[in-house]
Design a protein around this ligand. Structure first.
Ligand code: 58G
Length: 231
């Protein structure tokens, strides 16, 4: 799977995405990440990419030209059109199911990150296929949302997680639909608190039903709305 990120701050990405599982996925060739600096595509002699909004109002907007030119630089060599997703609080809310679907349906995704007060509408009309939001809040840029999407989609690609985690991911019950059950590792007693006895029993059926019950209880207590949602 290939992600190309259009951003004014390409340097934000490698420190976050080079580590651990996502770094290994790139090393294994399962994932290709490219970060494209929109500023490289301005034709303005001072390198400007922003300007004042027509009609007035607070703040600056990203101009259409460098955004569209950056996108065209990606697509020029291709005989297909990659899907382009704009990260914005106005988008559909990104969920586990969205991550699953992107991993399944697309092999090349362009993520567009805005800054300031957003991007000239004409650029969005020209290149954007759909909009996603990581939640109902406004950030200073689309970079953190883009990283969240890359991370969540990448772990859905077969081979990215280890064999153990992979089967866990397939278990849809625990991925996006119910909250996780409580987990414990050594030691058996920590500051006087014991690991629940059932987990030490070696009785796999009992462990499985305890975990399922804990997942349901937790979801009812902490996120009851998850039990009402479909998909
Ligand atoms: C209003 C303000 C509209 C994504 C700023 C658009 C991007 C939050 C999310 C913007 C984002 C999210 C400029 C800065 C988009 C542009 C960007 N904030 N919730 N901010 O996923």
């Amino acid at each position: 799977m290939r992600f190309d990120v259009l951003t004014l701050f390409p340097g934000m990405f490698p420190p976050v995405l080079s580590d651990s599982i996502i770094g290994r996925a790139q090393a294994k060739g399962l994932l290709e990440l490219n970060f494209i600096n929109i500023r490289d595509y301005t034709t303005d002699k001072h390198g400007r990419v922003d300007d004042y909004p027509y009609g007035g109002g607070a703040g600056m907007l990203m101009q259409a030209e460098p955004v569209v030119r950056a996108f065209r630089a990606i697509t020029a060599d291709l005989d297909y059109r990659p899907v382009c997703i704009y990260m914005t609080p106005q988008g559909q809310v990104f969920r586990q199911e969205t991550a699953r679907r992107i991993a399944k349906d697309f092999s090349h995704v362009v993520l567009l990150c805005g800054h300031y007060e957003g991007i000239d509408e004409r650029a969005l009309e020209e290149i954007v296929d759909f909009e996603l939001s990581i939640g109902d809040y406004v950030l200073t840029g689309g970079e953190i949302p883009a990283m969240a999407v890359i991370d969540a989609v990448s772990r859905m690609i077969p081979g990215v997680l280890g064999g153990q985690e992979e089967s866990f991911r397939e278990e849809s019950l625990y991925d996006g639909k119910l909250l996780e059950y409580p987990q414990y590792t050594r030691p058996e007693v920590f500051e006087g608190k014991r690991v629940p006895e059932v987990l030490l029993s070696g009785h796999h059926a009992n462990i499985e039903s305890w975990r399922k019950e804990q997942s349901l209880l937790r979801t009812k207590m902490k996120r009851p709305e998850l039990l009402e949602e479909e998909t």
